[in-house]
Structures are given as C-alpha cells and as structure tokens.
Design a protein around this ligand. Structure first.
Ligand SMILES: CC(C)(COP(=O)(O)OP(=O)(O)OC[C@H]1O[C@@H](n2cnc3c(N)ncnc32)[C@H](O)[C@@H]1OP(=O)(O)O)[C@@H](O)C(=O)NCCC(=O)NCCS
Length: 388
C-alpha cells in the first residue's frame, strides 16, 4: 500500500533522517528551511505504513515572455537508502505532479541531482544558473568611482519592483516569496547580505547584495542591473573591493550584463547548472506566458504525455498582442509540430531553439512550422539565481 501525504508533525523525525541520508542535511539547516517554508511544504510517501520518501514543494510564479506563470518548485526529493531502485522515487514524482496540476500550477521546476528520474517523468532541461567569477580589477578601470547607496533595512518590495522592470526582466526569473528572498540574501544561513542600490540613467537602475569578504573572495548572492549606467556603477562598485579580495563571484545568466560590460579579460563562468522544468498543464502554461508582440501566426502542437493524460493531444496556440489563446483540438488531425512533454520544456522557456530541438529529433515539424515556433518562443535565454 502506497500513500502520498502532507507531512505531519509526527513525521518530522523520519523526514529529517531521509534528508540527512539524501543530502547530508544537518538538523539546524533542516530547521531553518522548515521555519522558512513550514512543515506543510513537506510531502511524504508511505509504503506499507513506513515513510520511504519525501520532498519539499513551494508555489512560485516564474516569468516567461514578460508574464508570470504559476509554477511549483520541488526540492529535497529523497528515497530511503534501503528502498532505492524499486520505483519509490518515480511514484513520489508522479504524485507531486498530479497534486501540482490539481492545485492549478502550470509548471514544475527543480534542480536535478540526477536527471533520469525526472526525464522519465517528463521534465526537460529548461534554463541555467551560472556562477560568474572575476578578479575585481577586471570589472572596471582603476579610476572608476561608483555612487551606490546602501539600503537599510532591505526593502524587498522595491527590490522586487526593480527585478520586474524593463530589460532586467529575464525569462525564468522567480517572483520571490519572503522565504525565497531570505534564502537568496542569506544563502549560507550566516547573516543577510548588505544591499546597495545602483543609480541608473533615471532613478535606481538596479541593486547588488554583497556578503562580507571572506578568504579573499567576495560573494554577491543576488544582483539585478539593467542599462549601461547601472551596469557601469555595479562594475565600479565591485572593483572597489580590489584591495580585499582576489575574486568577485556572482550569479547571472548567459548574457550577464556584468560579464558583457567588464573592463578587462578574466571574467569566467565557474559553475554552470541546468534546472529542469515539467509542463504540468499544457493549456494553462501556454496561456499564461507572454509572446513577442510581432508573433502573429498560430501553431498546432501535438504533445505526447504518457503520465498526465490531460496534456496528451493537440493544442492550437494563436498569439495576438503579446498574449496567446489556446484551443484544445480533437485528437485526430494534422499538427505543425509534434513533441514529447519533456521536449516542450526547453522549447517553452526558450532554453533551446525549435530548430536545435528538431536537429536532434526531439521536435518534428516542417521548416515553416519551425520558423513559426522560433518566432513564438524567441526571447532572452532563461536563467535564475535562486537555488533550492
Ligand atoms: C534519486 C532517487 C530519488 C531515486 O529514487 P528511486 O526510488 O531509487 O528511483 P526509482 O526506483 O523510481 O528509479 C527511477 C530512476 O531513478 C534513477 N535511480 C535509481 N536508483 C538510483 C540511485 N540510487 N541513485 C540515483 N539515481 C537512481 C534511475 O535512473 C531510475 O530509472 P531507470 O531505472 O529507468 O534507470 C534516490 O536514489 C535518492 O534518494 N537519491 C539520493 C538523493 C538524491 O540524489 N535526490 C535527488 C535530488 S534532485
């Protein structure tokens, strides 16, 4: 007998044993996450009465095409070491996906420690998290002077507004809850980063969250800058640490503004992680995201989803003025592109182009259909700084 449940207080000992064995998670770290997200974020899978697997989930909106899409984040997926390799992990992932769909979430997102478990459940690689590193002197010239202002106390509403404006709004960005902000600004659980607002051409152009220098390294756990002036200010500000540190490290995307406008060579990506996404509700996911306003031609997608039958079939997506209208079509008939639900993930987020996906056989479609898909899903390459 298998049962999937929200964790109860009496299950916490068993759940901590699982995450200790799965991730080496110490008790104080477990308690920190529980205080931030609540016991109700934990899920357990029982087999014959015993808890044999657990996970944590949280709801979050994720931005695609300039619109927020309801997503569910998944973390801490762990199976008891004495029960691995017998389908327990797959059963847990499936139960979580069914629950997410029932709760009205369109997407499920996670960082995989191992991919096959999620790939067979319909997740696909969908975006990146890049850690950039540079000697501070590479960021700006020796005479650059920055004029940031320190924000005390942190005003999360103002920071969120900066993240949502203009060119800073990237595909994949999370609309953070207080818990996600706390994790980002204090990733080590040792103290919150100091926050600095960077002047732009017209008011604040972004911010940088900076942890105290340690062992000649400066960690910038969060930053958001857009526009030439704000990026130059950020570079000059971070270069000002050159007497104290040998490296400055920050999280960014593939087209990171700090890397693009750095003064000298030496900026390198030192960590590259791909997160995975699963479309749990095709109609909702396609309806909620935004599209380039110039896209005007419709596309019929034929989606194969062996796990969630409501996603299986044909959908016509018609863009107009940056929004998409989605109609479910009868299952028989022609389609423009045919793809498995796992291949829809990188197409949907713009992580991989339709032509790149077709080149490796993950998407089928004529040249004309692929060109229409290219127009629909074009946009900044997806990334997120958040880690969970
Ligand atoms: C990864 C993990 C959750 C898989 O759970 P499981 O119950 O063993 O998985 P299943 O039996 O349902 O098998 C599903 C797939 O997981 C993979 N898998 C199986 N055992 C695994 C193991 N010990 N380690 C890693 N992956 C494993 C296999 O690819 C398998 O698919 P396949 O049989 O078609 O090759 C489990 O091994 C675990 O808890 N590992 C430690 C914690 C961890 O890494 N969690 C992932 C966090 S993102």
């Amino acid at each position: 007998m298998t049962g999937y449940d929200v964790c109860a207080d009496g299950d916490l000992g068993a759940v901590h044993y699982l995450v200790r064995q799965g991730f080496g998670m110490a008790g104080d770290v477990f308690e920190r996450y529980r205080a931030l997200f609540g016991t109700a974020a934990l899920r357990v899978l029982r087999r014959d009465g015993d808890i044999s697997a657990c996970a944590a989930v949280f709801d979050v909106d994720q931005w695609f095409g300039g619109r927020p899409v309801p997503a569910r984040g998944v973390a801490c997926v762990t199976v008891d070491p004495i029960a691995r390799g017998t389908g327990t992990g797959s059963a847990l992932v499936r139960a979580m996906l069914e629950e997410a769909r029932g709760a009205g979430r369109a997407l499920s997102i996670l960082y995989p420690a191992t991919r096959p478990l999620y790939a067979r459940a319909g997740y696909g690689p969908a975006g990146v998290r890049i850690e950039w590193s540079a000697p501070p002197a590479a960021l700006a010239g020796p005479h650059s002077v920055a004029r940031p202002t320190r924000q005390v106390p942190p005003d999360l509403g103002a920071l969120a507004a900066l993240r949502r404006t203009g060119p800073a709004l990237a595909n994949g960005m999370l609309e953070r809850s207080e818990a996600l902000w706390a994790l980002r600004l204090d990733p080590l659980g040792e103290g919150t980063a100091d926050l600095f607002l960077l002047p732009g051409a017209d008011g604040p152009g972004g911010y940088a969250a900076v942890l105290p220098p340690r062992e000649r390294r400066l960690l910038v756990p969060d930053q958001c800058v857009a526009g030439r002036r704000a990026v130059a200010e950020a570079l000059a500000f971070l270069a000002g640490y050159r007497a104290q540190v040998d490296r400055v490290c920050w999280c960014g995307g593939p087209d990171d503004p700090l890397a693009l406008l750095a003064h000298d060579s030496g900026v390198v990506p030192v960590q590259y992680e791909e997160w995975m996404l699963r479309v749990v509700d095709v109609e909702r996911a396609l309806t909620c995201r935004g599209y380039p306003s110039r896209a005007s031609e419709s596309l019929v997608l034929d989606v194969t989803d062996p796990l969630l039958p409501a996603n299986h079939g044909r959908f016509r997506l018609t863009p107009a003025a940056g929004r998409g209208r989605v109609e479910r079509l009868p299952s028989q008939g022609a389609a423009d592109v045919a793809l498995h639900i796992a291949a829809l993930a990188p197409l949907y987020t713009g992580h991989r182009s339709p032509s790149a996906l077709r080149a490796v056989g993950l998407v089928e479609g004529s040249d004309d259909a692929i060109m229409r898909a290219e127009q629909l899903f074009a946009g900044p390459r997806p990334w997120m700084a958040d880690q969970f």
